[in-house]
Design a binder for this molecule. Structure first.
Ligand code: NDP
Length: 288
């Protein structure tokens, strides 16, 4: 028996159609959701991600602004721009494409974005709110994974989830989100001992390591759900995930491909967060 391949592209398409309809509805009240993306430098991957975000905004009838800076931009100038966007009524979401050059503090940049416009869900306020189960902007990749699991009809309550990776943008928040859904969560990282034994005990494995083919069939219990977050290039330069797809699909019950799994969900959820922010700003206006 081979795994059911979770089609992230298809699920994202469905979700985007729903967002499109809701954007049209919101526009009737005079509000067009607006996303500002700040890009610093000429990192190829960042440019691709930013273009894709802008294209999706357009497809969904949202307003999008791209602010580009040279690699040498000062931290002060960048922070000033964010402050302007924080009070710009046509902008509901602000995203600074990471990574940033070394002379700019990513944490300072993230903390300058108003938590109400932090559609990437990286601000400590949003992370804190998520931790205690309050309404918050949820980080896009973890939230995308949650939607992917739910849309695929995968039960989470009481399930043992093993997250491999503990970064602030993927591993930690995805584990917390799944804990909020009543899963039992184990985190693994580079100092974990006996990783294989731990992942073998998982009903659901989330692989967020950043190493091509890291999770092999020996890590996976028969019938387990395997979510591959990794975006890597293999020795032939081909895009691939953290999971050795061909062998793991013979063991897993469900498996996400790379590309076409988690990736398309990340951007969809970003659009959803921007829509939500625009809706929240309208409700606030209506209350005053
Ligand atoms: P990081 O490099 O920040 O984190 C990698 C994690 O993997 C760390 O916690 C590290 O442990 C852990 N790790 C490294 N080696 C091992 C090992 N041998 N055994 C167990 N754990 C290990 O990466 P990110 O979280 O930012 O990203 C992970 C992957 O996901 C990347 O391929 C990235 O490109 C991709 N990604 C995909 C997105 C999408 O939309 N699909 C979005 C964001 C990222 P330690 O903490 O101990 O160092």
């Amino acid at each position: 028996m081979t795994a059911e391949i979770i089609n992230g592209k298809e699920i994202a398409k469905r979700k985007k159609q729903e967002i499109f309809v809701e954007v049209e509805e919101l526009k009737k009240s005079g509000v067009t959701p607006g996303l500002a993306v700040i890009l610093v430098g000429d990192n190829q991957a960042s440019q691709t991600y930013v273009r894709s975000k802008q294209k999706t905004c357009k497809e969904l009838g949202m307003h999008s602004v791209l602010i580009e800076y040279n690699e040498s931009v000062s931290e002060e100038e960048l922070l000033r721009k964010i402050e302007q966007l924080n009070i710009d009524g046509s902008i509901h979401g602000i995203l600074v494409q990471l990574p940033l050059p070394d002379h700019i503090s990513e944490m300072k940049v993230i903390e300058t974005i108003s938590p109400e416009k932090d559609v990437d869900g990286f601000h400590p306020v949003n992370i804190g709110r998520m931790m205690i189960g309050q309404e918050a902007f949820l980080s896009c990749t973890p939230y995308g994974i949650l939607v992917l699991l739910k849309e695929s009809g995968i039960e989470l309550e009481g399930k043992h989830v093993v997250v491999v990776g503990r970064s602030n943008i993927v591993g930690k928040p995805v584990g917390q989100l799944l804990l909020n859904e009543n899963a039992t969560v184990t985190y693994c990282h580079s100092r974990t001992k006996g990783l294989e034994k731990l992942t073998q005990a998982a009903d659901i494995i989330i692989a967020a390591v950043g190493k091509a083919g890291f999770i092999t069939k020996d890590h996976v219990k028969q019938g387990a759900v395997v979510i591959d977050v990794g975006i890597n290039r293999n020795s032939e330069g081909k895009l691939c995930g953290d999971v050795a797809f061909d062998e793991v699909k013979e063991v897993a019950g469900y498996l996400t491909p790379v590309p076409g799994g988690v990736g398309p969900m990340t951007i969809t959820v970003l659009m959803y967060n921007t829509l939500k922010s625009a809706r929240d700003s309208l409700s606030k206006l209506q209350r005053t």
